[in-house]
Design a protein. Structure first.
Length: 317
C-alpha cells in the first residue's frame, strides 16, 4: 500500500504495475494529476446515468475511447477533438457543442449493476513520477526524447561536427546540466509532454489511417466467417445425406421385423417373453427413425416409401 487510498499490484515479470485508487469515479478532478494529459482508454464496469456520463467523458484525451454501460445500453464514445477554452464554458449548457466534441455508438443492450455514487468523494488520480525504471511504460515519443537528453548529457558541450555546421549547431545545450538534474526535470513532465500538437488536418489523416486499418481487419474477418460458414454448410449437407441413408436402412429393417412379427403371431413358439423383447426393439428402432427424420429435414410419405424400397434393395444385395 502506498497510502490509505492507493494500492499497487506489482508483477515479477516486465508487466507494468497496476494501481488501485479508492475514490469516486464520478468526481475525478480533471485539472490535477494524470487527468491533465487525459486518458486514451476508459472502461466502466458498472451502469452509469447519462447525466453523470459527462463527468467521465471529459477525462478523455483527443482520440480517446470510452466503453461502458449507460443505462441499459453498452456505449462506445470517442473524443474526436477538443473544444477551445471559450467553447468549453458553453458546452455545459449547449448539447450541440458536446456533439461536435464526442461521437457515440451503441454496441448492444446490457444489464449492469448501477455505479455506486456515495460517498461523494473528490478524487485525484496522481501523476506517475517519471524515473528510468518506468521508462518502458511511457509513449515512444517520450522514450526517444528522454533517451536523447540523457545521452547528450553524458557527452561534451562542444561537439566536433562531421561537416561545417552553423554556429548554433556546435552547442550541446543538454550537456550544460548533469544527468541527475535532467532526471529530476523529467520527473515533472507527463507522458504526452513530447508529443507535438496536431492540427486538424494531421489529426484527420491519422484517424483516416486508423479507420482504413479497421476496415481491412473487418474485411478479413468477414472472409474468414464466410469460409467457416461454407465449411459448416458442407458438413450439414453431408450429415443430412448420411441421415437419409440410415433412415432408409432403418425403414427396411423395420419392415422385415413387421413380417417376422406376423409370422410369430401365427406360431405359438414366439409367445411370452420373446414377443416382449421383439416389441421393445421395435419401439427403440421407431424412436431412432423419428430422430433421423428430424435430422434429414422431415420428408414426405412418398419419399419415405422410396427410401424403404432403396433400403430393401440394399438388404437383398
Amino acid at each position: 500500500d502506498d497510502d490509505g487510498s492507493i494500492s499497487t499490484i506489482r508483477f515479477m515479470d516486465n508487466t507494468a504495475d497496476i494501481k488501485l485508487i479508492k475514490g469516486n469515479g464520478l468526481n475525478i478532478i480533471e485539472s490535477k494529476g494524470e487527468s491533465v494529459a487525459g486518458f486514451d482508454r476508459i472502461y466502466i464496469g458498472a451502469a452509469v446515468d447519462k447525466q453523470a456520463l459527462a463527468n467521465i467523458t471529459k477525462l478523455l484525451s483527443p482520440g480517446g475511447i470510452l466503453v461502458g454501460p449507460v443505462d441499459d445500453e453498452l456505449v462506445k464514445i470517442m473524443r474526436v477533438g477538443k473544444l477551445s477554452p471559450e467553447l468549453e464554458k458553453d458546452a455545459a449548457s449547449d448539447s450541440r457543442l458536446v456533439d461536435k466534441e464526442f461521437t457515440s455508438q451503441i454496441l448492444s443492450g446490457v444489464r449492469f449493476a448501477p455505479l455506486v455514487t456515495l460517498p461523494s468523494l473528490t478524487t485525484t488520480i496522481p501523476s506517475s513520477v517519471w524515473n528510468p525504471s518506468i521508462q518502458r511504460s511511457y509513449p515512444p515519443d517520450f522514450q526517444q526524447a528522454s533517451m536523447e537528453l540523457l545521452l547528450c548529457s553524458n557527452s561534451c558541450i562542444n561537439q566536433p561536427p562531421p561537416r561545417q555546421p552553423r554556429p548554433d549547431e556546435l552547442f550541446n545545450a543538454a550537456a550544460m546540466l548533469p544527468r541527475a538534474l535532467w532526471v529530476e526535470i523529467l520527473s515533472y513532465t507527463h507522458r504526452k509532454w513530447f508529443e507535438p500538437e496536431q492540427n486538424e488536418t494531421e489529426y484527420l489523416k491519422r484517424r483516416l489511417r486508423e479507420e482504413k486499418a479497421k476496415a481491412a481487419q473487418a474485411e478479413r474477418s468477414r472472409k474468414e466467417a464466410d469460409e467457416r460458414c461454407l465449411a459448416l454448410e458442407r458438413e450439414c449437407a453431408l450429415s443430412r445425406l448420411l441421415a437419409r441413408r440410415w433412415q432408409s436402412r432403418l425403414n427396411a429393417l423395420l419392415s422385415q421385423q413387421d413380417q417376422q412379427g406376423d409370422d410369430g403371431q401365427r406360431s405359438e413358439l414366439f409367445d411370452g417373453g420373446a414377443r416382449g423383447i421383439n416389441l421393445d426393439n421395435r419401439y427403440t428402432l421407431s424412436g431412432l427413425r423419428l430422430m433421423l427424420q428430424q435430422i434429414s429435414g422431415g420428408h414426405g410419405e412418398d419419399e419415405e416409401s422410396v427410401s424403404v424400397d432403396e433400403g430393401a434393395r440394399d438388404e437383398r444385395e
